[in-house]
Write a protein that binds this ligand. Structure first.
Ligand code: NAD
Length: 495
């Protein structure tokens, strides 16, 4: 079967540049190619930045109240297209329909938040910050008053580089706020599943965004690197692995650009003996196996404190065993496949190395009842994992849950804080004292108390700590506005 090469979207229209190398976009539930994507379309990369640079002067001078009218329309259009977008996500990513719809909704939240830009961008003024006595006409006039104001202004052309695991939601963390603040944007989505991201940008143009304000260039590392190096690009927002995030942070910062890199993770959940049992089991299973474990907020390690393992371990294994793995839009399916064969191979080899390291394999996802084709693996649970094992240290990004044990909360927290990552940490407890002690001591950017996934909310900043984040200002919330604007202070004296 021949498959079409996905078009870029530049200057308000589809743009063709196949480059010299392409890769397949796969349906992970069948292992069949559904499209081709160019990997090194450098003509498109240049055209995308050129279009954004051309659009910037007019767009940044458009009143913010007019800019957000496009976002209001865009939100409504996305809502009426949510089911179609979810269907694309099921097909190119393997999400279940419920997960796909949920991720579209979380993306729409970010558009709604960006609609508040007229308030969020407001500057501040301090009248009469000083008095100057020079040029004063009479002594009685008491000097000339000086006022000081800080304004927030757009940066110029901003670049977004996004991962495969949330191809609708993650780009919407970035570009709606960026363009609401008066910037223009070039988006380079994941080369693994770009179809839904392209569709969202098409829908933005149905909402009336002027040409060149939001542009999409497909490609792999070569295209991303060319875009980062481009002197017309002022800022880079990246979401993806730690390996890529660290490299992009160095390259962009060395080129004098503003940069934020939300990166990889290894997230822990602590279960105290006093936790509400059903809620803890439910939260942990949802966190570890939702989106087939392909979430930067997947709680992939549980630390059982005291005797909590006695009820938690059998409860988690039973709930994980009950998960129905299948094609995302089939009725009753609660977990889809891995997004690609590389991910499947990574999960399989992690299971093998976990066994070799001496962890106890309680549930082997390779032995689950699985569809015959596609990149499927079932939920996997290891017990008696120790902090030194690679199971506890490295991001697997698949449905593998590791259980560790600690005598006390402090011991559990110390185990977590050994991790090089710090994206998320969760505690399940009925004790305010334990929760507060954990919140204060644990090293993570997102902390959950009796919730499996302390998910990003549009109005709050989101990012991890340690090697889960490179940069200063986080994405979303107030930080998002600050990231996509620069401050200018004006000091005024009218003589
Ligand atoms: P990835 O790093 O392989 O790719 C992400 C994007 O970066 C893609 O668009 C890719 O083309 C590009 N890229 C890759 N290497 C690059 C390089 N050296 N230079 C320039 N661009 C490069 O990540 P992925 O496999 O698509 O996504 C999974 C990873 O993303 C996981 O590690 C996950 O934890 C992380 N993630 C983090 C967050 C967060 O908010 N912290 C959210 C979602 C996913």
């Amino acid at each position: 079967m021949t498959t079409a090469t996905v078009a870029h979207f530049i200057d308000g229209a589809h743009f063709t540049d196949a480059g010299s190398t392409q890769r397949n976009v796969m349906n992970p539930a069948t292992g069949e190619a559904i499209a081709r994507v160019s990997m090194d379309a450098l003509v498109a990369a240049d055209a995308g930045v050129a279009a954004a640079a051309r659009a910037f002067p007019g767009w940044s001078e458009t009143p913010v109240g007019d800019r957000i009218q496009h976002l209001f329309r865009f939100k409504t259009i996305l809502e009426s297209n949510a089911k179609d977008l979810a269907a694309i996500l099921v097909r190119e990513h393997g999400k279940t329909t419920a997960e796909a719809l949920g991720s579209v909704r979380r993306g729409i939240d970010c558009i709604e938040h960006a609609c508040a830009a007229p308030v969020l961008m407001m500057g501040r003024t301090l009248p009469q910050i000083a008095v100057s006595s020079s040029f004063c006409r009479t002594k009685e006039e008491g000097g000339v008053g000086i006022d000081s104001t800080v304004d927030r202004l757009p940066l110029g052309v901003c670049l977004g580089i996004t991962p495969f695991n949330f191809p609708v939601m993650v780009p919407l963390w970035m570009w709606p706020m960026a363009v609401a603040c008066g910037n223009t944007f070039v988006l380079k989505p994941s080369e693994k599943d770009p179809l839904s991201t392209v569709r969202v940008v098409e829908l933005a143009h149905e909402a009336g965004f002027p040409k060149g304000v939001i542009n999409l260039v497909n490609g792999g590392v070569e295209v991303a690197s060319a875009l980062i190096r481009d002197p017309r690009v002022a800022a880079v927002s990246f979401v993806g692995s730690t390996r890529a995030g660290e490299a992009i942070y160095s390259a962009a910062a060395a080129a004098g650009k503003r940069v934020q890199c939300m990166s990889g993770a290894k997230n822990h959940s602590v279960v105290m003996p006093d936790a509400l049992r059903a809620a803890a089991i439910d939260g942990i299973v949802g966190s570890a196996f939702g989106n087939s474990g392909q979430r930067c907020l997947a709680g992939s390690v549980v630390v059982c404190v005291g005797d909590s393992a006695e009820w938690l371990v059998p409860g988690v294994v039973a709930a994980a065993r009950a998960i129905r793995v299948g094609v995302g839009d089939e009725a009753g399916c609660s977990m889809g496949p891995m997004q690609d064969d590389e991910g499947l191979a990574r999960v399989r080899s992690s299971i093998e190395s976990g066994r070799a390291e001496g962890a106890e394999l309680l549930l082997d996802g390779r032995a689950a009842t699985l569809p015959r084709s596609g990149y499927f693996v079932g939920p996997t649970v290891f017990d008696h994992v120790t902090p030194e094992m690679s199971l506890a240290r490295h991001e697997i990004f698949g449905p593998v849950l590791s259980i560790m044990r600690a005598n006390t909360l402090d011991e559990a927290t110390a185990m977590i804080n050994q991790s090089e990552y710090g994206n998320m940490a969760v505690i399940f407890t009925d004790s305010g004292h334990s929760a507060r002690r954990f919140e204060r001591a644990v090293q993570a950017g997102m902390v959950g108390v009796n919730v499996g996934v302390p998910a990003p909310m549009a109005a709050f900043p989101f990012a991890g700590w340690k090697r889960s984040f490179f940069g200063d200002l986080h994405t979303n919330g107030e930080d998002g506005v600050r990231f996509f604007t620069k401050a200018r202070v004006t000091v005024r004296r009218w003589i």
